[in-house]
Design a protein around this ligand. Structure first.
Ligand SMILES: CC(C)(COP(=O)(O)OP(=O)(O)OC[C@H]1O[C@@H](n2cnc3c(N)ncnc32)[C@H](O)[C@@H]1OP(=O)(O)O)[C@@H](O)C(=O)NCCC(=O)NCCS
Length: 166
């Protein structure tokens, strides 16, 4: 399935599709601790900040549909953290479990190296087994676990930090 896809940098015209994928998880899952849907204006501003080394990629299907997206974002605003990035990978629900997450994360790691970053961090809800498996298979190691730092759907949630050298 992944062979038919083109992985390319995201452009403003992708904002709606990126939000449709992401907001599904905002509403239905603990994949993200965001609780209110991302607006189009916020996504367009986010895309503006993800046009350089902090990259946003999309996986485009032959018919132009977007099957998933992935990004590198600053890990922390303080300047000494500038060589560390946090990754995100979100697939359309019907595109999961077929290797696309692995492909997008691999392209992100290429982009992290090309961008001169030293470390990539994933911050994952402890109950998100697919995301933890994806990162472990890509060579990320668990470096921290924090308990009950999120509250979503009336449940206290733990997070796992996983880290890989770029
Ligand atoms: C997490 C996500 C990006 C993974 O992408 P995917 O295409 O479904 O995963 P892949 O098919 O590439 O699988 C990658 C590895 O994880 C494993 N894996 C995938 N889903 C799994 C699951 N539910 N449980 C256990 N392992 C799983 C696969 O077996 C594979 O390992 P392998 O290479 O040894 O076979 C995708 O499921 C998704 O979009 N989930 C919802 C959003 C989300 O949680 N994003 C991450 C936020 S940090």
């Amino acid at each position: 399935m992944a062979v038919d896809l083109i992985i390319r940098p995201a452009v403003p015209a992708d904002a709606g599709a990126i939000n449709a994928i992401y907001n599904h998880y905002v509403r239905t899952s603990t994949s993200t601790f965001q609780e209110e849907p991302e607006t189009l204006a916020d996504r367009l501003a986010w895309l503006e900040r993800h046009r350089g080394a902090h990259v946003a990629l999309v996986a485009e299907e032959p018919d132009g549909g977007i099957a998933g997206w992935a990004s590198l974002s600053p890990f922390h605003a303080r300047s000494a953290y500038r060589f560390t990035v946090e990754d995100s990978v979100y697939l359309r629900d019907d595109c999961r479990g077929r290797g696309l997450g692995k492909l997008l994360l691999s392209r992100l790691m290429d982009a992290a190296r090309a961008g001169g970053f030293r470390n990539v961090i994933a911050c994952v809800c402890a109950e998100q087994e697919a995301s933890i498996a994806l990162h472990r298979r890509a060579g990320f190691r668990e470096v921290a676990r924090m308990t009950q730092v999120g509250l979503k759907f009336d449940r206290w949630l733990d997070i796992v930090y996983l880290q890989a050298g770029a």
